[in-house]
Design a protein around this ligand. Structure first.
Ligand code: SF4
Ligand code: FES
Length: 253
């Protein structure tokens, strides 16, 4: 396959960026999207040019690092996969592909296609944990959890923190990410002690980080590689109402 890439190049967060055009002339349909970028970078290095900076780690859909906007869609044209799981056979020979970083104010650009997603870490730090002692693994497994609750918790725990939801949302809302963490712990007995303080703290932190409000557009769930359900946002909102009725205020460091 021969492709034309339009890639966002930006030296750092304080300099303006632009889309630059690169040929990708030796692309196998069986390459992953990141392998295709590796090939392009190899050619740039051989020409003495600066390779394109992009994030990646596991390359198997687990770590959530490969945050790319491909032809305007977070993680590209295939549903329910990450960029690293996307293969070049999803594109046509001769196609022009536009590759940009996540676009959300709380994800500042570090370089080219790499953004800083520490804002997500701070949301987790505000409440994405439990304080109950769960003992060793066998002790944890000895705590009875109803199958429907365990299933809902596991589904929510599939969130890999990639940030596609916030990048795709017209409001730049991180609600699906936060809701996944809230639902993951809120469906388990171990997560009940801090349940309402957790939701108040995490929502206050996402607001403070500059993420927008959720208006139920649903673009987040459409691009989520782990198919996190909008039901998690409904659960978060229910917990938030109960917290308000209890008069719980955010405690955020
Ligand atoms: S909810 Fe989905 S899109 Fe958002 S961070 Fe988690 S895995 Fe990524
Ligand atoms: S590189 Fe880890 S999910 Fe894509």
């Amino acid at each position: 396959m021969k492709l034309t890439l339009k890639v966002w190049r930006q030296k750092n967060g304080s300099t303006p960026g632009e889309l630059k055009t690169y040929p990708a002339d030796h692309v196998s349909p069986d390459m992953s999207f990141l392998e295709m970028l590796d090939e392009v970078n190899q050619a740039l290095i051989m020409q003495g040019e600066d390779p394109i900076a992009f994030d990646h780690d596991c390359r198997e859909g687990i770590c959530g690092m490969c945050s790319l906007m491909i032809n305007g869609v977070a993680h590209g044209p295939k549903e329910a996969i990450t960029t690293c799981q996307l293969h070049m056979r999803s594109f046509k020979d001769g196609e022009t592909i536009t590759i940009e970083p996540w676009r959300a104010k709380p994800f500042p650009i570090i370089k080219d296609l790499v953004v800083d997603r520490e804002s997500f870490d701070r949301i987790i730090q505000a409440g994405g944990f439990i304080s109950a002692s769960t003992g060793s693994a066998p002790d944890g497994n000895a705590i009875p959890v109803a199958k429907p609750d365990a299933d809902k918790s596991m589904d929510a725990a599939a969130c890999i923190g990639c940030g596609a939801c916030a990048a795709a949302c017209p409001n730049g809302s991180a609600m699906l990410f936060t809701a996944a963490k809230v639902a993951h712990l809120g469906h388990l007995p171990q997560g009940q002690a801090e349940r309402h303080q957790r939701v108040v703290n995490m929502v206050a932190t996402q607001d403070a980080e500059g993420f927008g409000n959720c208006t139920n557009i649903g673009e987040c769930a459409a691009v989520c590689p782990k198919e996190i359900s909008l039901d998690t946002i409904a659960m978060l909102n229910r917990d938030l109402v109960i917290a308000a009725l209890k008069g719980i205020e955010p405690v955020v460091k």
